[in-house]
Write a protein that binds this ligand. Structure first.
Ligand SMILES: CC(C)(COP(=O)(O)OP(=O)(O)OC[C@H]1O[C@@H](n2cnc3c(N)ncnc32)[C@H](O)[C@@H]1OP(=O)(O)O)[C@@H](O)C(=O)NCCC(=O)NCCS
Length: 185
């Protein structure tokens, strides 16, 4: 079995000055969305190695090998470079990493998605991120906006409904039944 390497960030001493943060792609009163960097693999792994988070997806945590995480990181970086959107890195304004949130191409539409680290859940972070993402997409994109989640993922359903998406039907995606939502434009 492959083992995960020590986090890259642990080499920084506690009192060492934080590097200046770049301009975020999008921000809210509490959150910032940033593009991913090659050295962020540990952060992405931290999300998807959590069984609590993987309950929201049809794949077990064991599917998130080092190679799978690196591949996903490359996909996110490529989507951002080529299409100007992706599931961005999500942090508090002070740079504390809390998860990922954003849009991905879904055929001719774009699909919203979010995942919040367990210790930051239940504080309205996903809802705040999702509202900001809707505003961002409505202002900048013309595609239909879609979202989907496992049929039993009531938190995600609540978010999709609160941001104005309309439930269409249940359908199989990645071999699991999902509730599918859309905001037609
Ligand atoms: C779904 C997820 C992103 C929600 O993140 P979050 O920041 O905790 O969500 P929020 O605090 O903004 O709350 C969203 C909704 O979930 C409810 N909720 C959040 N935490 C809850 C908890 N511990 N118990 C019950 N309900 C909870 C909120 O009440 C809210 O619903 P409401 O507006 O009807 O009250 C998070 O649980 C997660 O990362 N899950 C795993 C990944 C996932 O499922 N992603 C979506 C895939 S489609």
């Amino acid at each position: 079995m492959q083992t995960w390497r020590r986090p890259l960030f642990s080499h920084r001493r506690p009192n060492e000055k934080q590097p200046r943060m770049p301009q975020p792609i999008l921000s809210t009163s509490r959150l910032r969305f940033d593009k991913w960097r090659h050295e962020d693999a540990d952060l992405l792994f931290a999300i998807h190695s959590s069984p609590l988070i993987q309950r929201g997806y049809p794949f077990p945590t064991s599917a998130w090998t080092r190679n799978a995480v690196l591949e996903r990181l490359r996909r996110y970086m490529g989507e951002h470079e080529r299409q100007g959107l992706t599931k961005w890195k999500l942090s508090l304004l002070d740079g504390t990493f809390v998860g990922r949130a954003g849009w991905s191409p879904w055929g001719h539409q774009i699909e919203i998605g979010y995942a919040v680290l367990p210790e930051f859940q239940g504080k309205g972070i996903a809802m705040e991120a999702a509202f900001a993402l809707m505003e961002w997409a409505q202002a900048r994109r013309s595609e239909d906006l879609v979202g989907f989640c496992l049929v039993g993922n009531y938190r995600s359903k609540s978010i999709l409904e609160r941001i104005g998406m309309k439930y269409e039907y249940d359908r199989v995606i990645s071999e699991a039944m999902h509730a599918f939502y859309r905001l037609s434009r």
